[in-house]
Structures are given as structure tokens and as C-alpha cells.
Design a binder for this molecule. Structure first.
Ligand SMILES: NC(=O)c1ccc[n+]([C@@H]2O[C@H](COP(=O)([O-])OP(=O)(O)OC[C@H]3O[C@@H](n4cnc5c(N)ncnc54)[C@H](OP(=O)(O)O)[C@@H]3O)[C@@H](O)[C@H]2O)c1
Length: 206
């Protein structure tokens, strides 16, 4: 597999051999489409190469516009999106994926994640495995999966998730789950790594 450099940034190699930039730019809560497009273009200019969106963020079209207008080759970017709960089943996942790549104006996705371990996530995983085998997704993974849900997924899966994207920051470290991921060769990818600036969202250390 040809290695990518992602503008010389540090990369992390996933369990399927794909390299992912160590740092990414997330677009959760960017509801204003123009603001989102401008922010992603600025992030790419600044040097970010991984962009993290989700169908529920309702800004995939803006991210797609930014990718198209960034002046950077699509192959030099790593684009992640996520399958929302209402589409988490074998029957619905492929349609949801197609709508996501259509909005992003891409013909493949670098990473596709199950957003939450609800509904028929083993069925959705089977659909994602098929999309992966067809080359439409370079890496498949999950978000917010505790150990028991991960075990349930593993029992049904033929392909291991590459990533478990979880809430992780100094005051919520989820050390047991991090250890579980590490032992299973799954990268722990933090979301809200700076925590939220809203004090009433703070929680006690685990
Ligand atoms: N998979 C999931 O379930 C899930 C869930 C949440 C997030 N995510 C992903 O993770 C990404 C990052 O999460 P996040 O945005 O919550 O967390 P974050 O990057 O850790 O930012 C959290 C807080 O830091 C503040 N902040 C960020 N950059 C700052 C800066 N340069 N100067 C001052 N304050 C700054 C923000 O303040 P303000 O509030 O004032 O902006 C925000 O409250 C999301 O965009 C999304 O892509 C995934």
C-alpha cells in the first residue's frame, strides 16, 4: 500500500494498514453552512488534512464544497463521516452512506463510523463491511462503543473496527475502555479533546 504523507504530519496506522492524520478538524455544531465551508477551507489552509463530520451534523454538503474549493487534491485529505442511529441497520446503512457521499460530493470515504451503539448495529456493520470490500470506504469503525457493545459487534463481524471514537479529555479519561481498545488493536480517537467550555457540562473524573 502506498503511504500518504498528509503534508508531513504525524500519522497513525490503523489495523488495516491505512494511515490517518493524528490531528483532525471536527465540524460538530457548525450549522451555518457558509461558516462551516469557510472554516474547513481555513483549516485545510492551516494544514489540517483530516475533517470529521457526520450526517447528523447536517453540514456534509458544506464540507464537500470546502474540499472541492480547497485547492488540495482529494487524495491528500482524510474525510470521516458517521452513520446516524435511525439508519443503523443492514437495510438502511447503504442508502445512508450513499446520501452522505453524495452530499460530500465524493466517490469514496476515508472513514465511516457507526455514531452510537444503538439499533441494529451488527446489521449496519455488515453493510459497512460490504461497502469496505467494494472499495467505497477505506476504513470502518465505531463511536461511543463500550466494551460490551464492542464484544457484541466483534462476535458478528468479519472485519474489526479500526477506531473507537469516544469522549476523551483530561477530566474524562475512560482508561479501561482505552485499554480494551488497545488490547484489541483498535485506535482510541478522542472527541471533545479540549472538553467543553461550558462549566455545567463538566463531570467528575472517572
Ligand atoms: N462521535 C461523537 O459522538 C462525537 C461527539 C462530539 C464531537 N465529535 C467530534 O469531535 C470534534 C471535536 O469535538 P468538540 O468540538 O466538542 O471539542 P473540542 O475540540 O474539544 O472543543 C471543545 C471546547 O473547546 C473550545 N475551543 C475549541 N477550540 C478553541 C480555541 N481555539 N480557543 C478557545 N476555545 C476553544 C470550544 O469552545 P466554544 O464552545 O466556545 O466553541 C468548545 O467548547 C467535533 O467537532 C466532532 O467532529 C464526535
Amino acid at each position: 500500500m502506498q503511504k500518504k504523507t498528509y503534508a508531513g504530519q504525524p500519522v497513525i496506522t490503523l489495523n488495516n494498514g491505512v494511515d490517518i492524520p493524528a490531528l483532525g478538524f471536527g465540524v460538530w455544531q457548525m450549522e451555518d453552512q457558509q461558516e462551516c465551508e469557510n472554516a474547513v477551507i481555513k483549516a485545510i489552509e492551516t494544514g489540517y488534512r483530516m475533517i470529521d463530520t457526520a450526517s447528523i451534523y447536517q453540514n456534509e454538503t458544506a464540507v464537500g464544497n470546502a474540499v472541492k474549493n480547497s485547492g488540495i487534491n482529494r487524495e491528500e485529505l482524510f474525510i470521516t463521516s458517521k452513520l446516524w442511529v435511525q439508519d443503523t441497520s443492514y437495510e438502511k446503512a447503504k442508502g445512508a452512506f450513499q446520501r452522505t457521499v453524495d452530499r460530500l460530493q465524493l466517490d469514496y470515504l476515508d472513514m465511516y463510523l457507526i455514531h452510537w451503539p444503538y439499533a441494529d448495529f451488527t446489521g449496519a456493520w455488515r453493510a459497512m463491511e460490504e461497502l469496505y470490500q467494494e472499495g467505497k470506504i477505506k476504513a470502518i469503525g465505531v463511536c461511543n462503543f463500550p466494551e460490551d457493545k464492542m464484544e457484541e459487534l466483534k462476535a458478528a463481524a468479519t472485519i474489526l473496527p479500526v477506531i473507537n471514537q469516544i469522549e476523551l479529555h483530561p477530566i474524562f479519561q475512560q482508561k479501561e475502555l482505552q485499554r480494551y481498545n488497545r488490547e484489541n488493536n483498535i485506535i482510541t480517537q478522542p472527541w471533545s479533546p479540549l472538553e467543553t467550555a461550558t462549566p455545567d457540562c463538566w463531570r467528575m473524573p472517572n
